[in-house]
Structure formats: C-alpha cells, structure tokens
Write a protein that binds this ligand. Structure first.
Ligand SMILES: NC(=O)c1ccc[n+]([C@@H]2O[C@H](COP(=O)([O-])OP(=O)(O)OC[C@H]3O[C@@H](n4cnc5c(N)ncnc54)[C@H](OP(=O)(O)O)[C@@H]3O)[C@@H](O)[C@H]2O)c1
Length: 410
C-alpha cells in the first residue's frame, strides 16, 4: 500500500492515541519546575494520567453529528491541556470576518454550518470588529444548548472609546471586559478566558488575581493566554496554580509557514501541561493555494478585503513564498486532501496542539475544512513538506516577543 493512497489515509484517520502518547513520553520531562513547590499538584497514582500525558493532547473521542441528509461527520475532540475540558480539534474563529468582512446573515450560516459539521468550540475576542464579532457570534449561537458548546474569548486589545483603561490586563479592564463579553455573547460564562497578549505595564500578580476572581465568580471556567513567551507562560502558570485556577491553553500563530513556537513555547507548555490552540493554521488562506504568484488575488478573498483583511494578510503575499506553497499541491493530492485540509491536518500532527482555530467566510469553506479532522500525515510526507517550503518558513523563537506589543496600546 502506498503511504499516500486512499487506503493508507483511511488507516491514518483511525484513532491516534498510541502514536501521540508515544511521542509525548519521548519529550516530557518529569523534573519539578520549581523544586520544593508542588506545582502543578501531584498526580494520584493509578487514578489520573498526569503527568505522563501532560503537555500532549489526549484524544477525547469522536462526536458523530447526523446531518439532515443522514450524512455523518466525525469530529475528533481533544482534552485542553492538563484539564478535563474537551474541545473540538477544529475550532471556528471569527477574526476579521464577523461584524466586518462578512454580513451578519452569512456569518450566522457559517456558525450553523460549523455546528452541523461537529465543531463545538468557538473562538472570538472583545476586540474583533470592536466588539461586534462577539455580538454576531452570541446571536448566531442563540438557542443552542450551552453545555454542548465551548466558547472562548479574550481581553487585552483596546475596545470602545479607548480611554486609558480600555485595554490591557489591569484588574479594572479585566473585570469590565468580561462583563461586556458575557453580555454580547449572551452567556453566563465563557469556557476559556484568554489574555490576548502579555501586559508589560500591569504586575502579572494583579492580572492573575483578577483572572482568579473571574473564575471564582463563575464567569469563566479556565484561563488561557495568547502569544506569551515561554518565560511569561511559566510565571503566569505558577501564579495561576498558586491562586487555585487552571491556565490550560496558549493561543499562538502556528502553521507550516510560521513555526516560531516550536523551540521554546511548546517545550515549556509540555512541561506545564498547557496545550496550544493555534491561529491562522492556513496562514490566513495562503496555504489553501488560492493565491497564485504573479496573479491578482481572487475576488472576495481576504487579500482584497479593504476593511482590514488585506492589511493583515499582506505579510504572506510574496511571489517566492506563494510559489513554494504551490509545491505542496502534489502532496495534498497524494493524500486525497485539499491544500487547506493539508494545512489544518499539519498543525494537528503536533502532540502539543489541541486545536486549530480556523476562519471561514462561507459555509462551503467550513464543510471543506472539517475534512482535516482525524487525518494523520505520514512522516515521509511531513518531511517532504519541510523540503518544499524550505527557507520561507519562519522559525525564530524571538518573534514571539518581537511581535508582541512592548507597551499597552492605550
Ligand atoms: N490570538 C490571536 O492573536 C489571534 C490572531 C489572529 C487570529 N486568531 C484566531 O484564529 C482564527 C483563525 O484565524 P484566520 O482566520 O487567520 O485563520 P485561517 O484559517 O488561516 O484563515 C481563514 C481564512 O482563509 C480563507 N479560507 C478558509 N477556508 C478556506 C478554504 N477552504 N478555501 C479557501 N479559502 C479559505 C477565508 O478567507 P477568505 O475567504 O476571505 O479568503 C478565511 O477567513 C481567528 O478567527 C481568531 O479566532 C487569533
């Protein structure tokens, strides 16, 4: 059987528990992080899996969704970090789309398509479309059973009139922002409340105490961070544990083109029992192969979105890079995947990645993208992807710090 043949692929779609566990055992260190301090809490031998599974995703089973036409979608779920929370390995996110590029009706159709395809986890932020994205998502999810959803939002970037306290991770802004998010999302709590960046101007202790109060008041169940360095993660995790809350996720950019978290953030997260839920796994659509070198961008695509998308994607719109991406087409074809599915499946191969946060401007994209769930890319094809992309891949771990705001944006 050829490694990329449909039969081989079907085999690779089967449950991945063995492989992932093996890989985690290889990389996980059981050495105490701060000698003398029980951090995180010690495992109860024979009762739970920690620490042997810490830092690697644990498969949490498959949810089969029966669509109207009797077609079935099998969406894999994974545990988030060293917690009992399951998320769908494909997450739907609404940056640049809801409340902006995409009209509200179409946004609602996208959310419903995601639910139909077995996606249960939704990622948003107060800052997306200056709070409108949360409003659109809240409306689109109205009537859904809350217990069947995992809703993630974030705080840090400026919202509203941008007064001196309308951003950052001060106690004041966190407390005000969570209330606004809950109202817009029409829910009593979010599953994971995430620090959208590190605030260099607020003592970390103040931030984590405010997060602890948010959790202890029932407005959020868990805490996550986004684009924090390894050192920031370690210290935030230590304080969270001391305050009796769980910091379980890190939300960095990660794709076959942007691998800066591999050297430091991922090994630290593996030690701490924190998972990655990664953004722009398709490099904002570039890895779908639809942008051709030397050609104008397709109409209606992010690269033509004058409300913000074109500005955001422009870092990827280089002919040398777009040419390399076209070189991935035969690999996707070998696997019987579209290029977008290959890009999503690629991030999901990493044992520390619990979910790929995927954006979409229409339901058809979601229906296509969920085809990446459960796919296992053989090692030799992972190697070929590295060879094809070559030096257009960014790997410098300093980029996490360099790309982060050095001071508060308000
Ligand atoms: N924490 C952070 O700082 C941060 C930053 C950015 C994003 N995020 C999160 O990550 C999520 C995803 O980011 P992203 O939207 O950049 O991710 P992405 O999945 O890499 O790109 C999504 C975009 O690609 C295009 N696309 C999607 N599926 C396609 C398909 N099958 N064929 C062709 N084009 C397709 C769509 O844009 P067009 O149709 O317009 O071309 C879509 O909006 C966000 O919504 C947000 O939740 C977090």
């Amino acid at each position: 059987m050829r490694s990329g043949s449909p039969d081989a692929l079907r085999l690779q779609r089967q449950r991945k528990a063995g492989t992932a566990a093996d890989r985690v055992t290889e990389t996980h260190s059981t050495a105490p992080i701060h000698p003398g301090r029980p951090h995180p809490p010690p495992a109860t031998p024979g009762l739970n899996q920690w620490p042997s599974t810490a830092g690697g995703w644990r498969p949490a089973g498959t949810v089969t969704t029966l669509r109207g036409n009797d077609e079935r979608t099998d969406m894999e779920h994974r545990y988030l970090g060293n917690s009992g929370l399951k998320i769908s390995e494909i997450i739907y996110g609404n940056w640049l789309t809801h409340g902006s590029q995409v009209e509200d009706d179409l946004a609602t159709k996208c959310v419903h398509a995601a639910l139909e395809e077995g996606i249960t986890t939704f990622d948003t932020a107060d800052v997306y479309a200056n709070t409108a994205a949360e409003t659109v998502l809240g409306k689109a999810l109205k009537g859904q059973r809350r217990e069947s959803l995992e809703i993630l939002t974030k705080v840090y970037w400026p919202t509203g009139p941008q007064g001196p306290n309308d951003c950052g991770l001060s106690r004041k802004h966190i407390m005000e922002s969570i209330n606004g998010s809950l109202k817009r999302l029409r829910t009593d709590y979010v599953d994971v409340y995430q620090a959208h960046r590190y605030d260099t101007e607020t003592p970390l202790w103040e931030t984590m105490l405010a997060f602890a109060d948010v959790v202890h008041s029932g407005k959020a169940l868990y805490i996550g961070v986004s684009e924090w360095t390894a050192d920031q993660l370690r210290e935030g995790h230590r304080l969270a544990t001391e305050m009796g809350i769980q910091l379980i996720s890190s939300q960095p950019q990660y794709s076959a083109l942007w691998r800066v978290i591999e050297a430091e953030v991922i090994p630290t997260s593996q030690q701490l029992g924190v998972s990655q839920i990664v953004w722009s796994p398709m490099a904002q659509g570039v890895l779908t192969g639809k942008y051709l070198p030397g050609q104008p961008a397709p109409k209606g695509s992010r690269a033509t979105d004058t409300k913000g998308g074109a500005q955001m994607i422009k870092r990827w719109m280089r002919d040398d890079l777009l040419e390399r991406v076209q070189g991935l087409r035969p690999i996707a074809e070998d696997l019987g995947l579209t290029m977008g599915q290959l890009a999503i499946a690629w991030v999901l191969q990493h044992p520390n990645v619990a979910g790929a946060i995927v954006g979409a401007t229409r339901p058809a994209q979601i229906k296509e993208n969920v085809g990446a769930t459960g796919v296992r890319i053989p090692a030799e094809l992972m190697q070929r992807i590295d060879e094809v992309l070559g030096d257009v891949v960014e790997r410098d771990p300093r980029k996490t710090w360099e790309n982060a705001p050095q001071q508060r944006p308000c």
